[in-house]
Design a protein around this ligand. Structure first.
Ligand code: SF4
Length: 458
């Protein structure tokens, strides 16, 4: 197997509220604006959004992401606190500063189009950027697709595509769950150990470990901010943040845990919702593997670190490596895009990743970890994406809490067995892909079905 995606690509530090609708479009817009460097006589840029980006883009911040990307910003480095003023300035002046220093007119009402009834052929999250001269003659045009988790691929023939598969050979070129099981049998290594050795094809081991710990620090900082940031989330729902209240309740009356052992679950829900609320507010979030589901891996990792005493650097790095290994199987064999397969590709995948990682971290064998990952997805099959008002808030925030608790239970169920089970992880991944293909478009990040039409946005 030639490798094109590193485990670290599944955990990128970005900006909320959506990896496919915010992070991906910002990267695509930035990539297009970089390509304009040698283009002379540039007078205007048009940005066209299609499919799910057009239908859910307003609530998911796609418009702001495109403006920032064209202005040269990247999700990992943009100054989150400066974003509102930056957007306001672009809108007020109707001028855009490009990364090469030029300034052009940009009237969002005419130059940014939401094509709500159209879509591009390769994926529901399509974008087209066009550069024009003063007479309206096209100078450069590019198509991009935001394919989930912040990944972007270029569209048209001959257009740039920086995600082309590399010829990098891996020591453990697993492409399926069965590969993982066989290679573990043959090598005697765990999922995290095999993945760590694969990562050495990209960078030295010490660097991989340092970057994984950087991901963990970003997850902890996000939980910390989410626990302390009071107020109302942006958007028409006027939803109050719940994590700060829950945090106060748990910390002000710690003795309550003595009579209620399930208080641990309240902590897990808190960690998940703190991240999900930060994401909904457009804060700094780690995709895991997407923004919408970004609370689950951190919540289960907090559970492992704080309840099971697993907070040493090596165990944290291994947890993330195992989670990424299972996430890569979904990215490769199905999808991590809600617009393509519904929420089973976001919360379902995150739940499966966290379950498999927790099972290994708690001492499980590779078959038990594979079983845990399988259980984590099996009971998310068919999960639709129907966010109210196109906002990544309802059902998304609570769904992160539910997905985290489910992941812990999946790991515990698997650890009670010996790893033998009826439905393999590969079968459940194939079922998830087929279910997503059969799912009506209205349940795939379009806000045209389910809760989005049965609950009224005020
Ligand atoms: S319902 Fe799930 S897939 Fe859809 S926006 Fe919310 S978290 Fe993402």
């Amino acid at each position: 197997m030639a490798a094109d995606i590193s485990a670290l690509d599944l955990f990128t530090i970005g900006i909320g509220p959506s990896s496919s609708h915010t992070v991906g479009p910002m990267r695509a817009a930035r990539r297009f604006s970089e390509q304009l460097a040698g283009v002379t006589a540039l007078a205007r840029i048009e940005a066209h959004l299609y499919g799910s980006l057009a239908l859910a883009g307003k609530g998911h911040g796609t418009d702001r992401a495109v403006l920032l990307g064209l202005a040269g910003e990247l999700p990992e480095s943009v100054d989150i606190d400066a974003v509102p003023a930056r957007i306001e300035r672009i809108r007020a002046t109707q001028r855009l500063h490009l990364p090469d220093g030029r300034e052009i007119a940009f009237d969002e009402r005419h130059d940014l189009s939401f094509h709500r009834t159209g879509s591009l052929p390769a994926h529901p999250n399509g974008m087209r950027f066009v550069a024009l001269d003063g007479k309206g003659t096209e100078l450069l045009a590019r198509t991009y697709y935001s394919v989930g988790g912040g990944f972007v691929v270029a569209g048209g023939k001959g257009e740039d595509d920086r995600t082309a598969p590399s010829s990098r050979a891996l020591p453990f070129p697993y492409a399926t769950g069965d590969d993982l099981l066989r290679m573990a049998r043959e090598s005697g290594l765990s999922v995290s150990e095999m993945t760590l050795r694969n990562e050495a094809s990209w960078r030295p081991e010490a660097e991989t470990r340092a970057r994984l710990l950087g991901v963990w620090r970003a997850m902890q900082a996000c939980v910390e901010r989410g626990c302390r940031s009071e107020g109302t989330l942006p958007g028409g729902l006027k939803l109050a943040r719940r994590a700060p209240h829950l945090f106060r309740e748990l910390t002000e009356r710690p003795e309550a845990a003595l009579s209620d052992p399930l208080t641990t679950l309240d902590w897990v829900s808190l960690w998940a919702m703190a991240v999900a609320e930060e994401n909904a507010a457009g804060g700094r979030v780690v995709t895991a593997p997407t923004n919408g589901a970004a609370g689950i891996v951190p919540a289960v990792l907090h559970y492992f670190a704080r309840v099971h005493g697993g907070a040493d650097d090596d165990r944290i790095a291994r947890f993330l490596l195992t989670a990424a290994a299972f996430g890569l199987l979904y990215k490769r064999n199905a999808s991590i895009s809600g617009a393509e397969v519904g929420c089973q590709g976001e919360v379902g995948v995150a739940c499966s990743m966290a379950a498999g990682a927790l099972a290994e971290a708690l001492g499980g064998t590779v078959p038990q970890a594979e079983n845990a990952a399988e259980i984590g997805m099996e009971h998310n099959l068919g999960l639709t994406c129907d966010p109210i008002g196109g906002l990544v808030q309802v059902p998304c925030i609570e769904r992160n809490a539910m997905g985290s608790v489910k992941a812990i239970n999946a790991a515990r169920l698997a650890l009670r067995g010996d790893g033998t089970h009826r439905v393999s992880l590969d079968r459940v991944i194939a079922t998830m892909r087929q279910t997503g293909a059969d799912m009506s478009t209205k349940y795939k990040e379009t806000s045209r079905g389910g809760l989005a039409v049965n609950a009224i946005e005020c």
